[in-house]
Ligand binder design. Structure first.
Ligand code: ZN
Ligand code: ZN
Length: 165
């Protein structure tokens, strides 16, 4: 009876030991997978896995507190959403005068008739009212070519070519 009890105890210890080893291995694997989905930093991956390997459950608890909040996939999705939102804001501008929503390619505000953009005399594309050179074709509007100081540094032959165009 005494022998049987010792054997039973041995088996139980072996079972508990095997369970602890399997549990720790599972924790380590879970941590490694989790940190890999949250950080590309190899050092952080190694540190997190090691922390759980050494401290087991308390290590996992620590990791759970310290790990990056978002997975890389979530971060990517959030960045995409933010970019889309920014684009939306850029495309839907407001009229500086009446603050109605206007499109980027409006020349005149349909609500208060404020002039928003001007057309390039050469390539007919829309320019900002403050621009005194067309960024698309390099054309200098004739009224500006004479009056603004920025065009004074232009060589005369380019200036007259711009005026003739
Ligand atoms: Zn307006
Ligand atoms: Zn132009």
């Amino acid at each position: 009876m005494q022998v049987n009890f010792a054997l039973l105890l041995q088996i139980m210890i072996a079972l508990i030991g095997a369970y602890v080893v399997a549990f720790t291995a599972a924790l380590i694997i879970w941590t490694f997978r989790d940190i890999r989905s949250r950080s590309r930093d190899i050092f952080a991956q190694l540190l997190a896995t090691l922390m759980v390997a050494v401290f087991s459950l308390p290590g996992l608890f620590l990791y759970y507190i310290l790990r990056p909040k978002e997975t890389l996939a979530e971060l990517y999705e959030r960045e995409l959403a933010e970019e889309a939102l920014l684009q939306d804001i850029e495309e839907k501008q407001a009229c500086p005068s009446c603050h109605h929503v206007i499109m980027l390619d409006y020349q005149i505000c349909p609500h208060c008739h404020t002039r928003l953009k001007k057309e390039c005399q050469n390539c007919k594309r829309l320019m900002h009212l403050k621009w005194n050179v067309c960024p698309f074709c390099g054309h200098v509007p004739s009224e500006l070519a004479i009056s603004t100081p920025t065009t004074a540094i232009m060589p005369p032959e380019r200036l007259s070519a711009a005026r003739d165009a």
